[in-house]
Design a protein around this ligand. Sequence first.
Ligand code: ATP
Length: 134
Amino acid sequence: TQRTFVLLKPDAVKRGLVGQILARFESKGLQIVALEQRTIDAAQADAHYAEHVERDFYPPLRDFVTSGPLVAVVLEGDEAIEVVRALNGATDGRKAAPGTIRGDYSLSNRENLVHGSDSPESAEREIALWFPAL
Ligand code: ATP
């Protein structure tokens, strides 16, 4: 079994999609290990997106993820990292396949509702950053 870190970004909260998105993860068989709604500051955004801080798309991404409450989640299950990324779909909601979270609910490259860790190393780093008590 494996743990992964998931964010339901501020667009998910604003649009009232938290329950529907969590239902997809739960229905798939993933267990919720931790879950908390938070509003983060720029420093937390920079720490989470450390690998993107220098990218052109980052300043508006930082504004977006600090714009309102988000929901931070740790999920556990067999191959949870890959399974969550498959459920999330491609980064750009306009290109993500129907049936995925982004493919069904997002029409944006930035406001794409969810984040999921992309490797075991990222999952470990992100879980420690967001839920240091775990
Ligand atoms: P995540 O890491 O959030 O699961 P991802 O791995 O599919 O998404 P990354 O390439 O790591 O995508 O980018 C992180 C986030 O930055 C994306 O989810 C999206 O919100 C934003 N982003 C990425 N590329 C762009 C872009 N070209 N324009 C605007 N926003 C972008």
